[in-house]
Design a binder for this molecule. Structure first.
Ligand code: 5RP
Length: 260
C-alpha cells in the first residue's frame, strides 16, 4: 500500500482498528430526510464523536465549514430518487478530481447485487477502484438494497460483500443480520455496519452493534438510529463506547441514560 492510501486508511480506521463513521448522505435519493432537513444542525453536535463523515459534495460544501477538520468519505454514486423508477439505477456522480479537491479521505459507492442494474453498479465500483488506486483514495462499497429491506440476510449480504471486496473495495459497508459472522468471514476486507431505519429501542441498536463487533465488524456507519433519536449525542456516545471501548449493551444503555 502506498503512503497516501495508508495515510487515508489510518484517518478512517483508528489506532484500535475500529471506526465510528457518521453517514449523513441520505438526501442524495431521499431528499430532506426526517431530522436531516438542515444538515449542519444535525451534524454539528455529533461531529466531535464521529471518526469520519459520509456525505455528498453538495452538503459538504454548503453545510460543513472547511475549518471543521474531520475525515470525509465522499458519497460519489447517485442519480436516482425515492419517487423514481428504480433506486438501483445509480451512476458515478462525482469525479475523482473533485474528491481530491475536497480533500476526501475516501469515496463511497453503492452496489445493487441481484437487481436489473447489478452489472452497471459493479462496473461502476470497479472503475472507481481503478481511479481511487491511481490517486491513493480508498473506496468504500455500500451493499445497498433499495426499498427491499427484507433482502438483508447473511447469504445475500455475504455474496454482496465478497463481490465488493473482489472488485477492490478497501472497506465494505453492509447491514447487520443474523449469522453476521458468515458475512464477515467471507469478506477479506474490513466490514462496517449500517443501521437501516430506526428500530424501536436504543437497547436493540446497542445489542446489534455489540454483536456485530464481536462477530468481526470493525465499526459502524450508523445514521438514522443516531440522528433520528431524540437524544442523538447520548446515542453516538453510547455507540462509540461499544465500538472503541468494548462496552456491553448494558453499559452502553447506562451511558445513553446518563447523557440524555
Ligand atoms: C444511505 C446510506 C447510509 O450511509 C447508510 O444506509 C447508513 O445509514 P443508516 O444507518 O441510516 O442506514 O448509504 O444511502
Amino acid at each position: 500500500m502506498d503512503w497516501g492510501m495508508k495515510n487515508r486508511m489510518a484517518q478512517l480506521v483508528q489506532a484500535d482498528g475500529h471506526c465510528c463513521f457518521l453517514p449523513v448522505d441520505h438526501g442524495y435519493f431521499q431528499g430532506p430526510t426526517h431530522k436531516l432537513e438542515e444538515p449542519w444542525k444535525t451534524i454539528e453536535p455529533l461531529l466531535p464523536y464521529a471518526d469520519a463523515l459520509f456525505i455528498t459534495r453538495g452538503v459538504l460544501r454548503s453545510s460543513v465549514a472547511p475549518e471543521k477538520t474531520k475525515p470525509i468519505i465522499l458519497r460519489v454514486s447517485g442519480g436516482t430518487s425515492v419517487v423514481g423508477k428504480d433506486l438501483a439505477h445509480e451512476g458515478i456522480t462525482t469525479s475523482m478530481e473533485e474528491a481530491i479537491r475536497l480533500n476526501a479521505a475516501a469515496v463511497g459507492i453503492s452496489i445493487f447485487v441481484g437487481t436489473d442494474y447489478e452489472h452497471e453498479s459493479l462496473l461502476n465500483l470497479a472503475k472507481l477502484v481503478d481511479e481511487g488506486e491511481k490517486y491513493g483514495l480508498p473506496v468504500m462499497a455500500v451493499t445497498a438494497v433499495g426499498k427491499e429491506l427484507e433482502k438483508r440476510d447473511a447469504r445475500y449480504l455475504a455474496l454482496c460483500c465478497r463481490i465488493a471486496a473482489e472488485l477492490g473495495a478497501r472497506l465494505v459497508k453492509t447491514y447487520y443480520c443474523e449469522e453476521f459472522e458468515k458475512v464477515v468471514r467471507g469478506c477479506p476486507v474490513p466490514v462496517v455496519m449500517a443501521g437501516g431505519p430506526q428500530v424501536d429501542t436504543e437497547l436493540e441498536v446497542f445489542q446489534f452493534v455489540y454483536d456485530g463487533m464481536q462477530k468481526g465488524a470493525i465499526g459502524v456507519n450508523l445514521g438514522r438510529n443516531i440522528w433520528q433519536n431524540d437524544f442523538p449525542v447520548a446515542m453516538i456516545k453510547a455507540i462509540r463506547a461499544i465500538v472503541h471501548e468494548n462496552a456491553s449493551p448494558k453499559e452502553a444503555q447506562e451511558i445513553f441514560e446518563s447523557n440524555k
